[in-house]
Design a protein around this ligand. Structure first.
Ligand SMILES: Cc1cc2nc3c(=O)[nH]c(=O)nc-3n(C[C@H](O)[C@H](O)[C@H](O)COP(=O)(O)OP(=O)(O)OC[C@H]3O[C@@H](n4cnc5c(N)ncnc54)[C@H](O)[C@@H]3O)c2cc1C
Length: 407
């Protein structure tokens, strides 16, 4: 049909974000020929992210924080209710980091290339077709076109994902489970503890979502908002309105503007097709409660690579072979995310009064356990009988959340 580059790549990964780079690293480690294509001109730039990553992910992904990209140590969080009251938890130990994502992703890329991967930036995939058991990609590079061929595609092309759709897999997001994110990286700002993540709740502040300050050292921070994508007013409207009333922020300077969608649910029940696996935001792999996706995307990318490697070993790139990836994903992470999606749907029912009451009655440890879904049976009894009992409506919502048994 067209003259493709002669080389047949074992795998081509579309998207050099956390998912794509994690997948590329695994493929390269296994000495597989792997090419990563990304339409951006610079890895990690512009970011669409508040850049927070908890310690759990560092452990799970065997990442070691480096000074050049783990730029701010985080030791806790402060949650603010609509009436301005807050609950705060600050530990002595480091619980996570705010990253300089551009540097983080470049580091991942350098490592993947050291191991044998090839990366090409400013390469936008505009078409993908199957031919004789292979996938042929049409790629725009500036004003010209290039063509590549491969046995398998790992689509890690983020929330705008089109590549999987080109190959017949529907990865469309539904509006109900999509958040609109808007963020400024601001500098010259004050009035917040740089070792804490600051989260502001309330239906007037951020309907179905929250505003955040994620500090990045030197009076600089990501100040952003995530709200339901179907809200009448835009995320920017709510963020600007809120910043205008914050003494320490309103005179700060904006050094970067970031906007992007966040797939907070609507999980795919199928993440493969012939010659295709999908991972990261493209596969809706994001925590539905707080919208974090860096760690999950990397975990998804690694798992996709594991299944791609099995397919290579078996010389079988069919959907029938690759589909084990979907099952594996749901048993290792997807099931937990589905439970958290249900949790989010319940938490969305909380009113401003409920938030105010929670801020006054629960501890930060309890708040974090509620958010992370890690309350023990004893915690639930204490919360239910000693604290929430005074607000029956709230108790009903929370008990549904606590007792969810999504399998
Ligand atoms: C405002 C906001 C704040 C967030 N804050 C956090 C946070 O603090 N912590 C956290 O963990 N997560 C956060 N997230 C989520 C996180 O950014 C994503 O989950 C994560 O980036 C997903 O990684 P990915 O590799 O799947 O996709 P991406 O990082 O989106 O990478 C996809 C890549 O694919 C490329 N691409 C797309 N289409 C094509 C094409 N046709 N051809 C070639 N290349 C293509 C893009 O250029 C891009 O580089 C936030 C998201 C938003 C929007």
């Amino acid at each position: 049909m067209f003259d493709a580059e002669k080389k047949i790549w074992e795998v081509i990964i579309v998207g050099a974000g956390p998912a794509g780079l994690a997948a590329a690293t695994e493929m390269a480690k296994a000495k597989t020929s792997v090419l990563v294509l990304d339409r951006k001109q610079e890895i990690g730039c512009p970011k669409r992210c508040a850049e927070g990553l908890g310690n759990g992910w560092f452990k799970r992904l065997k990442l070691k924080p480096k000074k050049e990209w783990a730029v701010q140590e985080i030791k806790g969080a402060q949650l603010y209710s609509p009436n301005g009251k807050s609950v705060k938890m600050k530990k002595k130990k480091v619980l996570g980091y705010v990253l300089e994502r551009k540097m983080f992703e470049k580091d991942l890329a350098i490592n993947a290339v050291k191991l044998g991967a090839k990366i090409l930036m400013k390469h936008q995939v505009v078409n993908a077709t199957r031919e004789n058991g292979l996938v042929k990609l049409e790629v725009e590079v500036n004003d010209s076109k290039k063509y590549f061929q491969t046995k398998m595609i790992i689509a890690c092309d983020g929330i705008d994902s089109k590549v999987a759709r080109m190959l017949g897999l529907n990865t469309k997001n539904n509006l109900k489970d999509t958040d609109a994110g808007y963020q400024y990286e601001m500098t010259g700002i004050t009035g917040y503890d740089e070792n804490l993540l600051h989260l502001y709740f309330g239906t007037d502040v951020a309907p179905r979502g929250y505003i955040w300050i994620f500090p990045k050292r030197n009076k600089t921070a990501n100040v952003g908002i995530g709200i339901g994508a179907y809200e009448e007013k835009t995320a920017k409207y709510y963020l600007d309105k809120w910043i205008a009333n914050q003494e320490g922020l309103k005179n700060g300077s904006i050094i970067e503007v970031n906007a992007g969608g966040i797939p907070v649910g609507g999980f795919l029940d199928k993440m493969t097709a012939d010659n295709l696996l999908v991972a990261g935001d493209a596969g809706h792999m994001v925590d539905p409660i707080h919208g974090g996706g860096i760690g999950i995307a990397m975990e998804g990318g690694k798992l996709a690579a594991k299944h791609a490697l099995t397919a290579i070993k078996k010389k079988d790139y069919s959907d029938k072979q690759l589909n084990a990836y979907t099952k594996d994903w749901f048993s290792s992470r997807g099931k937990e995310l589905m439970r958290r999606l249900k949790g989010r749907h319940l938490l969305e029912q909380l009113s401003n009064d409920d938030f105010n009451y929670l801020a006054e009655s629960i501890t930060m440890d309890e708040a974090l356990k509620i958010g992370n879904g890690t309350l023990t049976a004893k915690d639930k009894v204490v919360l239910g009988t000693k604290k929430l009992i005074k607000r029956p409506g709230l108790l009903k919502i929370m008990m549904k959340y606590f007792n969810d048994k999504t399998e």
